[in-house]
Every structure is written in C-alpha cells, then in structure tokens.
Design a protein around this ligand. Structure first.
Ligand code: ADP
Length: 205
C-alpha cells in the first residue's frame, strides 16, 4: 500500500509520517519511509532554489522535481512489489500545488503530466493547517509576509486538488485537522487509516 502525506510547510508531515511508520512496524508490517524531494539528481540546484540562493521559475523547479520523481517512483514501485508499505512525505501533489500557486496556468499541465507518468498512491493524507499557524511552527521565513501569502495560495491549490475528480474518484483522501496536538493528529490519522485497512482486507479476501 502506497500512502503519501501532503500539506503546506509546517503542517506536520514529517512528524506524522514517522509516527505512522512506527505504528505500522508495531503491527509487524514491512515499511519503507521515503520523502520528496530526494535531492539525488539535482539536489544542489533544488536546495539553492528552495532557500532563495538561486533564482529559478516555478516551472524549472518543478521539472527538476519531476526528474527526481522519475527515478524515485522506480524505487517506490520496487518496494511495493516486495510487499512493503511505502510512506512518502510529499509526492506529486506538492508539485501541482507549489508549481501552480504563483503561476496558475501550470495547474493542468502539471496535473496531467504527473498523473500520466507516475503511479497514484492508494491513500493521500492531507494535513490541513492554517498558514498563520504553520508559519509559527517553522519560524524560519526571512520575508515572513511574502511567505505567508505564498502559503495561502499553496493551501488554496491543495484544496483544489483534493476536489479534483481526476484523483478523488481513485485515491482515498484522508483530510485531517493538523492544528490539534501531535498526539491527537496521530490518533485521528490512525483511526482513519484503520478504516482503510479494514476495507482493503475485505477486498483482498
Ligand atoms: P512538515 O514536515 O509538514 O514541514 P514538521 O513535521 O517538520 O512539518 O513540523 C514542523 C514543526 O512543527 C516541527 O517543529 C514539529 O515538531 C512541529 N509540529 C508538528 N506537528 C505539530 C502539532 N500538531 N502541533 C504543534 N507543533 C507541531
């Protein structure tokens, strides 16, 4: 089963993906935790672009992310075939949301491209946190207002993706209120993921 975490920066993806991995391991499942970007192909360029040391437009950044994803998904598929649960902290929904936040024209192109080229996850866990709260958690934005405005646009894009029929008919979407305590968010995720397991097991009997 392929599970991805999405949400704006500071929404708790890294924290909760690790907790989910621990939960699954306790159930004796084979688990592979991974994240994007992998930084394996264009690592330095992507890092510089993300922290503002190199100016790249949104399409250029996302094309680099997709080059990495092309290699990354090979590894993901390999692990899925071996029977692993794959938990991925960010996936192509990030490309669509971040890539189209400033340049709305990119939404459909990025959506189609990623949908056609890369495997869909079984489950998408979206951690919803208001940008004002997320930004307080990360506290590293230099131009904080710029960043806040951008996060607001990204959040809107995520909401658009969750409503998009191209995925919400196929992928199980779990939307979680990420503003609760780490423990409560975790419990909400486990409750929902257990429902998915029950359905999945029934289907595979
Ligand atoms: P992301 O991977 O989405 O950027 P992180 O999991 O790295 O988010 O969390 C960002 C920061 O917020 C970390 O310092 C983390 O400990 C903290 N954090 C995560 N979840 C919560 C929560 N539910 N409430 C308060 N702080 C949180």
């Amino acid at each position: 089963m392929f599970i991805v975490f999405e949400g704006i920066d500071g929404s708790g993806k890294t924290t909760q993906s690790k907790l989910l991995v621990n939960y699954l391991k306790k159930l004796n499942k084979k688990v592979f935790l991974t994240k994007e970007p992998t930084y394996k192909i264009a690592g330095n360029v992507i890092k510089k672009a993300l922290d503002g040391r190199k100016k790249l437009n949104s399409l250029a950044i996302q094309l680099l992310m997709m080059a990495e994803r092309s290699e990354h998904t090979e590894e993901i598929v390999k692990m899925l075939k071996k029977g692993y649960f794959v938990i991925c902290d960010r996936y192509f929904f990030s490309t669509i949301a971040y890539g189209s936040a400033e340049n709305k024209n990119l939404y459909d192109a990025l959506f189609d491209f990623n949908l056609k080229l890369f495997p869909l996850p079984n489950v998408l866990i979206y951690l919803k946190v208001r940008p004002e709260i997320a930004i307080k958690r990360i506290k590293k934005g230099r131009k904080i207002f710029e960043k806040l405005n951008l996060l607001k646009k990204i959040e809107e894009k995520y909401e658009e993706i969750l409503k998009d029929r191209r995925i919400n008919k196929i992928v199980k979407i779990i939307k979680i209120n990420g503003e609760k305590s780490i423990k409560n968010v975790y419990e909400d995720i486990i409750k929902e993921i257990n429902k998915v397991f029950v359905k999945y097991e029934r289907k595979n009997v």
